[in-house]
Design a protein around this ligand. Structure first.
Ligand SMILES: O=C(O)CCC(=O)C(=O)O
Length: 287
């Protein structure tokens, strides 16, 4: 989709729980993202284990770096820091989230060719409930993504349904047991497009992705945003201290008056032993 008609974009998002905007970022911007991503992967060679900067695959080594996720890329590179306020993206955010919007956090998920871990089906809402559901994640394609290099998959209209159980044996596991929850994912849509294209998915939209069996890397930069009056109910520290919380306003202004919606939520507690990474959290269901 192109942003020719804001009402169509908003209606589509509200009805389906996601929209894709083709080539929102220009070729030059994407070339910068690719350059910086390559530099960060190069840096990962001196990291042996997952830490605050990187989640690493089991077979990661200096000779053959296998990064699962670059954590908080907006803090690791100015290029990503600036991208958080990209005017074309903010224009879309204003249409979808309104006059006052706050940036939450970022991550850059990498699925190396012939590998790359799956991300099991989940709703972001299970990880970070707020006082209302006006939150979304932007997925910016750093590579061309097609059906074969492990696209993000979303279940249309799932944001209109209930909050799903993301617990396993009483512990938060960050993933859904599809059978138990009676979920049919046959209607899932694969989010594909040229590098620079971006998807916007609602915080309650059920989504996931497979391992990458192709011979091409799949890199996806994710930025999370919230309406300014959606206050976090867990993990306030992700936003930083209160002055950073205010600085994270990217459109409009801050408010001290949360808007409280009557929405179902299940708190992501108790935490598993390694709560720092979605990959480690989701492993608990596979054990
Ligand atoms: O990288 C992907 O395909 C999935 C991203 C995602 O849902 C997440 O990291 O929470």
């Amino acid at each position: 989709m192109q942003i020719t008609n804001p009402n169509v974009l908003k209606d589509d998002y509200e009805q389906q729980g996601f929209v894709i905007v083709n080539e929102l970022f220009e070729k030059g911007e994407i070339a910068e993202f690719q350059r910086v991503t390559n530099e960060l992967v190069e840096q990962s060679k001196s990291h042996q284990k997952s830490d605050t900067k990187f989640d690493l695959e089991q077979d990661h080594s200096a000779a053959s770096p296998r990064v699962q996720r670059i954590k908080i890329p907006h803090k690791q590179s100015e290029v990503f820091g600036r991208a958080v306020r990209n005017p074309k993206m903010l224009r879309v955010l204003k249409i979808l989230l309104g006059e006052n919007v706050r940036f939450r956090n970022s991550k850059l998920n990498i699925k190396a060719a012939h590998g790359g871990s799956a991300v099991d089906w989940h709703q972001d809402w299970a990880f970070y409930p707020h006082t209302n559901t006006d939150l979304l994640a932007v997925g910016i394609m750093i590579d061309d993504i097609d059906e074969d290099n492990a696209p993000l998959m979303v279940v249309p209209q799932s944001h209109l349904g209930k909050t799903l159980n993301h617990h396993h044996k009483g512990i938060f596991s960050g993933s859904v047991d599809l059978k138990n929850e009676g979920i049919d994912i046959s209607a899932a849509v694969k989010i594909t497009g040229k590098a620079g294209s971006a998807s916007f998915h609602h915080v309650k939209t059920l989504h996931g992705s497979s391992p990458n069996s192709s011979n091409r890397t799949r890199r996806l930069l994710l930025f999370e945003f919230a309406a300014a009056d959606a206050w976090p109910l867990v993990d306030f520290e992700v936003y930083g201290d209160f002055s950073e919380y205010k600085e994270k306003i990217v459109i409009g202004k801050n408010t001290l008056q949360p808007r409280c919606e009557n929405v179902d939520m299940i708190m992501p507690y108790p935490r598993p032993t390694n709560p720092d990474s979605i990959y480690r959290i989701q492993e608990s269901r596979k054990k």
